[in-house]
Ligand binder design. Structure first.
Ligand code: 6PG
Ligand code: NI
Length: 180
């Protein structure tokens, strides 16, 4: 039997090995407005990742759906922590399933924002940091497929972070360039 995703909810219908929710309290120093971050209950869920099982070995692929909830920390919209792959040369694909949002890509300090929507297809090249952002009013769900050996490097982004932040602007959003 093939795997299945319910397109209305973005959920795998069965077979999930592992589900992990990242909460506000886990993302120290990530959001620009520290006071607004501290004012939110630490247990507030930001995003949940549901991953299908695959052997952790060369040549294997992992797949997972990220559900990024709507909300803001101060003026800044909810986003994933963002990472490079530990194996920098390993690429990834994202597919938009539900909601509307943004995929932020950063390579050699250059940022690109791709709109993510149901049916959108995104190639994340090697050596490219990536983050999802949800400036919408509903949950943003995206399927990701990446090499099982890629790993995550969160450390590399801790000092400088990404070059842009997505902030509320009236009813919409704007990308604010960060100056080092
Ligand atoms: C990966 C994918 C994806 C990502 C989640 C959560 O390489 O595993 O890019 O599953 O991990 O969207 O984002 P963070 O790992 O940045 O918290
Ligand atoms: Ni990744």
């Amino acid at each position: 039997m093939p795997r299945q995703i319910d397109l209305a909810s973005g959920q795998f219908t069965a077979g999930v090995l592992h589900e992990h929710t990242t909460t506000v309290g886990m993302l120290t120093g990530l959001f620009a407005d520290q006071a607004a971050w501290q004012a939110l209950p630490a247990g507030t869920p930001l995003y949940t990742v549901a991953i299908l099982p695959a052997p952790q070995q060369e040549g294997e692929l992992l797949s997972g759906v990220t559900h990024l909830y709507p909300g803001r920390v101060g003026r800044e919209f909810y986003m994933t922590r963002g990472h490079f792959h530990q194996r920098r040369e390993q690429a990834e694909y994202y597919f938009g399933l539900r909601g509307r949002g943004l995929l932020l890509l950063q390579q050699a300090g250059q940022c690109v924002l791709e709109p993510l929507f149901p049916g959108s297809v995104h190639y994340i090249p090697p050596f490219t940091a990536h983050r999802l952002i949800n400036p919408g009013s509903g949950t943003l769900s995206a399927l990701a497929v990446w090499p099982a050996t890629a790993g995550h490097d969160y450390q590399a982004l801790q000092a400088q972070g990404f070059g842009v932040r997505i902030m509320a602007d009236g009813d919409g959003w704007q990308a604010e360039v960060q100056h080092a």
